[in-house]
Every structure is written in structure tokens, then in C-alpha cells.
Design a protein around this ligand. Structure first.
Ligand code: NAP
Ligand code: MG
Length: 506
């Protein structure tokens, strides 16, 4: 147990018990999956996988270079154009997706532990939220496999004609995902791609490859033909960039920051790849005075502090109507101050470590900026301990929407509370950033709720709840939060293309 004590408090983080060790004392996940084989990088390069709870190295993972990316794309192309996968019909692919879900369920404890070990999030959340939702994602898309169909269309041509559309897969899909929900982001991308008959080359974030590599093993166990899903591990500028630039990749699905999203779009333009982007957010959670204030405050708390605030949908701007401010702040600040940051692997912990030192320093930098620009630091604002990357839940009030902490995505446990006096002002503030991923609105007035849902520019609006996603509900952004939708029936558009067939019957 490595105990760390500072003026900011103490935190006792147990040394992780690593099962399945290699002779070097690390976890066994060192290879990547290309064409159905577990391989090292062609040049033998590796990088360290870190346990954020203690900062120690837990695995050495293969670092894919251009040559490895080329091999993975070639394998995905071969699998797409012919072989066992091509022979599978929709029902077969559905069965395969369902089998993967079953195997994930059988190995849920191990997968949840790996997720926490590699990300630093509380084990309770990995086990109860991330994994069940990922498993359900495969089952949801198993249901779609074979049910994606075209239309017959009547024309007004001066001939007897039969016109119809075919919905065909896009081809080889490059998928690049972030570190905040590693296995969930992987399943959001892999499952719909396979349901529609595509093949995949996926690149996890460098920080979090392990659960996805284990998922690769389970996919093989389920009977996935070689080359259908390839997992290439490595960093963005090398591995990710090679995948985006590759001329034989048909589509890039990306989740991550706005800056990298723009870079990807520019590069993808050269080979005219289809692109979908799920980017950042600065989502407003708007509480009107007529709402159930105590409940709204409790949910607002998890809306920002779940996953240590490292969420694209984090309710990071809390907008409270002046008349209810006092009552709301008492609950919000009181509860935030009592939240305990603890050992990620302790099943009782609700708040774990941030992903790494860089992210922690970024978050602490924003907290400093909030104070410098005149916001009132009400709760938290500090690192806890000296090992790992723990930051206390932080609440600023008296925030103005033009302040940096209200405009930029912090991606950490920092809530900015802003006051408003009427629905017009609330809407102006809510829409007053470059982002548009999600929003929450709290009111008991039905008309106000629906009016607000129309006014706010966001891909998802929650009414009297926050942060509830479901595999059946389309998810994606307005404005700089990106375009394209994942999950739900809408996601099938991103993984299929339409072919029109016109038959002359004269
Ligand atoms: P990031 O730096 O943009 O990285 C995302 C992914 O892109 C990683 O796999 C990264 O690889 C890769 N990458 C970096 N540079 C690249 C390049 N030049 N070419 C190709 N790929 C490249 O974002 P992050 O820091 O990991 O994640 C946080 C961001 O993701 C936040 O802005 C958050 O809002 C966003 N996010 C959005 C959603 C959503 O659904 N809208 C969900 C979750 C997160 P390496 O990290 O290995 O270098
Ligand atoms: Mg990054």
C-alpha cells in the first residue's frame, strides 16, 4: 500500500494485484491484434501502460508504426473483400456480436479491473456502468445486423422502371478513441461497424489500451474471422496519423478533442474519407427555480464529478435561477465538500484518479485561472496526496460565462456555477460557447421544458435528469462538438452507403 500524505490530506492506494504477470512483473498485454495474430511492432518499439492510482508501469505495449498500420489496413481490406467474413450474413454477424457480449459478461470482473487499472476510475463505476453498457452495446447492435435495408422508390420517369436502394457497408473503418471510457468508446464504434458488415482498424488512446486488447482476445474466442477487427496500439501523432492518412481506409470515426478532430478532417480530405467526429463539450445544466432543487443539485453533482469530470458530456456549467440559488448551493457545495477521493480499486470509492500527470496539471491550471479571473472558489481546488493524480471535487460560483473556466473544456472535476434570472438569459448563456454536445434542463413546467429543449443548441437535451445515455439513443454534437451520430438507428447511416439501382422494365 502506498500511502501519500500532504497538507491536502492523505490517500491510501493499494498496490495493484496484477494477475497473469509476465516474467518482467508486468501484465501480459504487450502485443497488438493484426490479421488474427498477436504481434509486436515491426520495429519492436513499445510504450508504458500506467496505473494512474500510483503512477507505476503495469504493462509494456507494442507501439505501432506505419508498417504495422499498413499491415492492419491490408488485413481489414482482405477480410472485407472476401473470405469467411464476406460469407457471413446479417444473422451470422448478429450471433457473433451476441457471443462477444456473452463472453464479456463471463469476464466482466476482469475487464472492469483492467479498465480501472489502466484509467484510474473507480472500480465500482467500471463494474456497474462502463462494462454493462458496453456489453449491452454489442447486444443492441446484434439486433440490427441483417435488418439494415434499402427502399423501393417510385419515379416519375417516362418509362416502366424498377428503382431501389441497397444499403451497403462503407468498407474499412479506421476508429480512433479517447481514454476516458476506453472499452465503452471501443464498443460504440466496433459494434455498429460490424452490424453493417464493415471491417475495423481501431486505435485506442495510448493511455488506455489494455481492456480493448482483452476485448480483442474475447472477439477471437467468439469466432471473429482474422482481419475483421484489428487493434493497433500506439500514440496519436504516429499510429493515429498513419491510419488517418492511409489511402485504403474508407472512413474515420473519431472521438476526442476539437483540435485533433480538425487535424483529422484536414488529413482525411486528401483521400476523401468519410469522417464522423465526436468532440468535446462545455455542457450547460440549467436549473429553474420551480424544479425539485435538492434532487437537481444531487444529480448536477454526478453530472460533473462522475468519471472525475473526464466526460465529454460533463455538466461543467451549472446555470441556476437566482431565486433558487441559495437552496441549491447549500446542497451542491455541502455534498461536494463531503465527496471522498480514494483508492480506485477500493470497491467503495466514488472518485478516483485523473488519467495522468499532464491532465492533472491542466486541471489545476484551470482552477488557478478561475481564481485569477475572479470566480469564487467555494469547494476543493487541490491535488490530494503525492502519488497518483487525485484532485478534489471543485466548485466555483459567481462565474461569468465569458471566463475561461466557463468557455474551455477542463475535462476534470471542476463545476462552474452561473446565475440567471429568466429563460431568455438562460438560453443565451447555455448557447454562449462554441460547443453543443449536451444540456440539462430542470423544471416542473412542461411547456418551459419543451421550449428550452428547442432553444438549446445541443445534440442531447436531458429534462429533469442528466448524463443518461442509452445504446438506442443517437449521440453526437452540434457546433464544435462535431457531427455524425453514434448509437441508435442513426449510427447505421455512418457505417453504410446507399447505392441506387434503376432497372428499365420496358
Ligand atoms: P485527443 O488528444 O484528441 O485524443 C483522442 C484520440 O486521438 C487518441 O486516441 C489520440 O491518441 C488520438 N490522436 C491524437 N493526435 C492524433 C493525430 N494527429 N492523428 C490521429 N489521431 C490522433 O483527446 P483525449 O485527450 O484523448 O480525450 C479527451 C477529449 O475527447 C476531450 O476533448 C473530450 O471531450 C473528447 N471526448 C468526446 C466524446 C464524445 O463522444 N463527443 C467522448 C469522449 C471524449 P493518443 O492519445 O494515443 O496520442
Ligand atoms: Mg491525447
Amino acid at each position: 500500500m502506498s500511502e501519500t500524505a500532504t497538507s491536502n490530506g492523505t490517500i491510501a492506494v493499494a498496490k495493484p494485484q496484477l494477475n497473469q504477470l509476465n516474467s518482467d512483473g508486468h501484465l501480459r498485454y504487450g502485443k497488438m491484434l493484426i490479421d488474427g495474430e498477436w504481434v509486436e511492432a515491426a520495429d519492436g518499439k513499445t510504450f508504458d501502460a500506467i496505473y494512474p492510482g500510483t503512477g507505476e508501469t503495469i504493462a509494456k505495449v507494442a507501439s505501432a508504426g506505419k508498417e504495422d498500420v499498413d499491415r492492419a489496413v491490408a488485413a481489414a481490406r482482405r477480410a472485407f473483400e472476401g473470405g469467411d467474413y464476406k460469407k457471413m450474413n446479417g444473422a451470422d454477424r448478429g450471433k457473433l456480436l451476441w457471443k462477444i457480449a456473452d463472453l464479456m459478461e463471463q469476464n466482466i470482473d476482469e475487464l472492469a479491473e483492467l479498465e480501472t487499472l489502466n484509467n484510474g476510475k473507480p472500480l465500482l463505476e467500471s463494474r456497474r456502468v462502463d462494462l454493462p453498457q458496453s456489453i449491452n452495446c454489442f447486444r443492441y447492435f446484434a439486433g440490427w445486423a441483417g435488418k439494415v435495408s434499402g427502399q423501393t422508390i417510385e419515379t416519375d420517369m417516362n418509362m416502366r422502371a424498377l428503382a431501389y436502394t441497397l444499403r451497403e457497408p462503407v468498407g474499412v473503418c479506421g476508429q480512433i478513441i479517447p481514454w476516458n471510457f476506453p472499452i465503452q468508446m471501443a464498443t460504440w464504434k466496433i459494434a455498429p461497424a460490424l452490424a453493417c458488415g464493415n471491417t475495423v482498424v481501431i486505435k485506442p488512446a495510448e493511455q488506455t489500451s489494455l481492456s480493448i486488447l482483452r476485448l480483442g482476445e474475447l472477439m477471437q474466442e467468439a469466432g471473429m474471422p482474422a482481419g475483421v477487427v484489428n487493434i493497433i496500439t500506439g500514440d496519436g501523432p504516429t499510429t493515429g496519423a498513419a491510419l488517418v492518412a492511409h489511402p485504403d481506409v474508407d472512413k474515420i470515426a473519431f472521438t476526442g478533442s476539437v483540435e485533433v478532430g480538425k487535424l483529422i478532417m484536414r488529413t482525411a480530405a486528401d483521400s476523401l474519407k468519410k469522417v464522423t467526429l465526436e468532440l468535446g463539450g462545455k455542457s450547460p445544466n440549467i436549473i429553474f427555480a420551480d424544479a425539485n432543487i435538492e434532487f437537481a443539485a444531487k444529480v448536477a453533482l454526478s453530472g460533473i464529478f462522475f468519471n472525475q469530470g473526464q466526460m465529454c458530456t460533463a455538466g461543467s456549467r451549472i446555470l441556476i435561477e437566482e431565486a433558487a440559488r441559495e437552496e441549491f448551493m447549500e446542497v451542491l457545495a455541502g455534498r461536494a465538500a463531503k465527496m471522498v477521493v480514494g483508492d480506485p480499486l477500493d470497491p467503495k470509492t466514488r472518485m478516483g484518479s485523473l488519467i495522468n500527470e499532464e491532465q492533472m496539471n491542466r486541471v489545476l491550471g484551470y482552477i488557478q485561472k478561475g481564481t485569477d479571473e475572479g470566480a469564487n472558489l467555494l469547494v476543493g481546488g487541490e491535488r490530494v496526496g503525492e502519488n497518483g493524480y487525485f484532485v478534489t471535487p471543485t466548485v466555483f460560483d459567481r462565474v461569468k460565462n465569458e471566463m475561461t473556466i466557463a468557455q474551455e473544456e477542463i475535462f476534470g472535476p471542476v463545476a462552474s456555477v452561473i446565475t440567471f434570472s429568466d429563460i431568455e438569459e438562460a438560453a443565451a448563456i447555455a448557447n454562449g460557447t462554441r460547443f453543443g454536445l449536451a444540456a440539462g434542463v430542470w423544471t416542473n413546467d412542461l411547456k418551459k421544458a419543451h421550449l428550452f429543449a428547442q432553444k438549446v443548441k445541443a445534440g442531447t437535451v436531458w429534462v429533469n435528469t442528466y448524463n443518461m445515455t442509452d445504446n438506442a439513443l443517437p449521440f453526437g454534437g452540434y457546433k464544435d462538438s462535431g457531427f455524425g451520430r453514434e448509437l441508435g438507428q442513426a449510427s447505421l447511416d455512418a457505417y453504410t452507403q446507399i447505392k441506387t439501382v434503376l432497372v428499365d422494365l420496358n
